[in-house]
Design a protein around this ligand. Structure first.
Ligand SMILES: [Zn+2]
Length: 207
């Protein structure tokens, strides 16, 4: 019986506009599921052995020689070590350019004056359990976030291509601390923020 048939080792139900953080071991698979569809999940990770090693958008784009990462691609750390391998991707459109949404982003982009749930705070509140602080949180791998780029370099956020139940599988390439936030920015999620589910499988469940 395969690991997928046995079912996940752990499961995290992340309510709309909230986050979660957890440990995974090298070789385990993180499945991020868009429960209702058109929902972005910001994912960051840190090396368990030394949290000064973290997910790097810049190095991942550099070594993969592309902006759109999908099945077969590796996500690297700031120290150029593989952190995650994308082993299965039902959507194929994610972003690795935008910083996690924040209170300041809501003020600058949406003119929001009062407190607003945001990915940076969601990640920081969850990751503090592991001693990781707000200023350590890097550019997230923005799963299901649909950003288009014009020839002259203008970026715009579109509705995610994911439908209910779509998922991406990421195999951990080292022992990790992982943070995931169900994004609370309206335009990222077709103005309907919904939950995300994370399932951890014992081993690689690809192919
Ligand atoms: Zn967000």
């Amino acid at each position: 019986m395969s690991s997928e048939e046995i079912g996940p080792l752990n499961e995290y139900q992340i309510a709309a506009q909230t986050g979660a953080a957890f440990r995974v071991k090298k070789g385990q698979t993180i499945r991020v599921v868009d429960v209702e569809g058109e929902q972005v999940a910001d994912l960051v990770c840190f090396a368990r052995q030394d949290t000064k090693e973290y997910l790097s958008s810049g190095r991942s784009i550099d070594y993969n020689e592309k902006l759109n990462l999908s099945t077969g691609d590796i996500l690297y750390s700031n120290r150029s070590n593989p952190m995650l391998a994308i082993t299965r991707d039902e959507v194929g459109k994610h972003d690795f350019l935008f910083a996690p949404c924040s209170q300041e982003m809501f003020r600058l982009t949406y003119n929001t004056t009062g407190p607003h749930p945001n990915c940076l705070d969601n990640l920081a509140h969850s990751l503090i359990t592991f001693g990781i602080r707000n200023h350590q949180i890097p550019t997230a791998f923005n799963i299901f976030m649909n950003v288009t780029i014009t020839a002259d370099g203008r970026v715009s956020v579109k509705t995610p291509l994911s439908t209910a139940g779509d998922f991406i599988d990421l195999r951990s390439e080292m022992d990790l601390i992982v943070g995931v936030s169900a994004c609370s920015a309206g335009r990222c999620n077709n103005f309907n923020c919904t939950p995300i589910r994370v399932e951890i499988y014992r081993k690689d469940i690809s192919g």
